[in-house]
Structure formats: C-alpha cells, structure tokens
Design a protein. Structure first.
Ligand SMILES: C[S@@+](CC[C@H](N)C(=O)[O-])C[C@H]1O[C@@H](n2cnc3c(N)ncnc32)[C@H](O)[C@@H]1O
Length: 239
C-alpha cells in the first residue's frame, strides 16, 4: 500500500528531497558505510561490472550524490568520460572535492541537473548508472524514458536500489535492524533523513514492477539481480 500523493511516486517532494540531501551531504558517506555495514562498496562494484564500461566510452551517473559510482567507473575502465548529475549541490560539492583529491581532471564532470529533464542531447551516452536515487524520483516512468533518450543505441542502463526483502525470514531480521537506521543517522546528525530512507524502501515497488517499467520505457534484455538477501537489487536493460 503506497502512501504517496497521486501526483507523484515518492513520499516527499523533489524540493524536500533536495534540501534533505544538501543537509546530510557532509555525513552521507560515513552514514552509508555504517548503515550498509560496509557492503555499499561491493554493491557499487557489482553495478559497474554490469555496466561494463569500455575505453573511450562516455557514461552518466544520475543522482551521483558524493560521486562514488563515478569513481567506480573510473576504477574499472581507463580512458572514459563520466558525467555525474544531481539536484543537490551540497552533495556535488563533496563529489567535486573527492575528484580533485584523486586528480581526475577532465575525465569527470559533476553538475546540477534533474533526472526528469536531462540537459543532454539524445544518444549521448554509452551507459547510464544510477545508485539509490531512483526511489527518490517523483515520476519514475518519465525518468526511465529520459534515460533511454540520452543513451546511444545498445547503451546499457543499470539501476542499483535498496529494496524491501521478499522472504518472510529475512523481513524478520530486517525489521529488527531497521530501528537502528534512524539511530545511526541521528548519531551522524539527522535521524529524520534516515527514517525517510526506511519508509521509502517500504514504499518502493516490488522488483518485478520495476522491470515492467523498464520494458514499458523500451528497454530490452531487462533483468534484476538481488543482493544481500534481497535488501538491494540491481536492475539492468539495454536500449
Ligand atoms: C541516496 S543518494 C545516492 C548517491 C549516490 N548515487 C550513491 O550511490 O551513494 C540519492 C541521490 O539522488 C539524488 N536525486 C534525488 N532526486 C533526483 C532526481 N530527480 N534527479 C537526479 N538526482 C536525484 C539526491 O539528491 C541524492 O544525492
């Protein structure tokens, strides 16, 4: 049963989302490591393995936040160009500082933009990735159509997202862990944002619904892989 208003797919508005991520930007990476018990790195690595970046390719990370998926693309493939976009400039400031520390120069470009209105020409990218962002997008079907538009033919879309586990027993364990998440967030400065994280995961559609949405947007070879007992899924499809 979804609790969002009919005009959008999300529990909170795009503007509330942006201000929330700007507010938590400084602690985002630390909270991520703590809440995922360090597993977020492996999830991102797996997502980029599925994206299969190649030399000379051009890639887009939607909802890049503090940029970790961009850096993972660069770790897995030499000589690529990667754009990272996000409406929250506070998150991008952290991403830019990390890129500067790594001396990445022109290989990466972080800028403010929204998944629902991508400011790029059609058929720009060889691949698109998006991590833990799709759940936050107000109109998800429209976002998939935008992603498909800016992909080159045969370009790959990979979406990594937190999901509510389907197994009864895993749900039991999950329910025991879930109250700790806002507590960890509170210790790191913002319990409310992490309460939203938990609520939005429960509100997010089942994996089969997401793959149907990929199909409706025109992607082929659509599939998902469950990681860590179904608490995370990687969805993929080809233009
Ligand atoms: C949970 S963070 C994930 C950051 C990063 N991808 C990662 O793997 O850690 C979600 C990000 O999605 C961004 N976001 C939310 N709505 C968006 C939209 N409509 N378009 C693009 N990014 C959006 C947020 O600002 C936030 O930085």
């Amino acid at each position: 049963m979804s609790n969002h208003p009919p005009e959008r797919d999300t529990l909170i508005s795009a503007e509330e989302n942006r201000t929330m991520f700007d507010r938590i930007a400084k602690h985002y990476d630390a909270a991520n490591r703590a809440i995922s018990m360090g597993m977020d790195r492996a999830w991102r690595r797996k997502a980029i393995e599925l994206l299969r970046p190649f030399r000379g390719g051009r890639y887009l990370d939607i909802g890049t936040g503090t940029g970790d998926l961009v850096f993972e693309i660069l770790d897995q493939s030499a000589n690529v160009l990667v754009d990272g976009i996000d409406p929250a400039s506070g998150m991008l400031d952290i991403a830019k500082a990390k890129a500067a520390r790594r001396g990445l120069g022109d290989a990466v470009n972080f800028f403010v933009a929204d998944a629902l209105d991508l400011p790029m020409e059609s058929e720009t990218y060889d691949g698109i990735v998006s991590g833990f962002c799709f759940r936050n997008i107000e109109r998800r079907q429209k976002a998939l159509e935008e992603m498909r538009r800016v992909l080159k033919p045969k370009g790959m879309l990979v979406i990594l997202e937190a999901t509510y586990p389907e197994s009864f027993w895993i749900r039991l364990g999950y329910r025991l862990y879930v109250p700790l998440v806002p507590l960890i967030g509170k210790v790191l400065g913002d319990g409310g944002a992490y309460k939203y994280l938990v609520d939005s995961i429960e509100d997010f559609p089942k994996p089969d619904t997401i793959t149907d949405m990929f199909g409706a947007a025109g992607f082929s070879g659509v599939r998902y892989r469950s990681l860590t007992f179904g608490t995370v899924c990687i969805f993929s499809g080809k233009k």
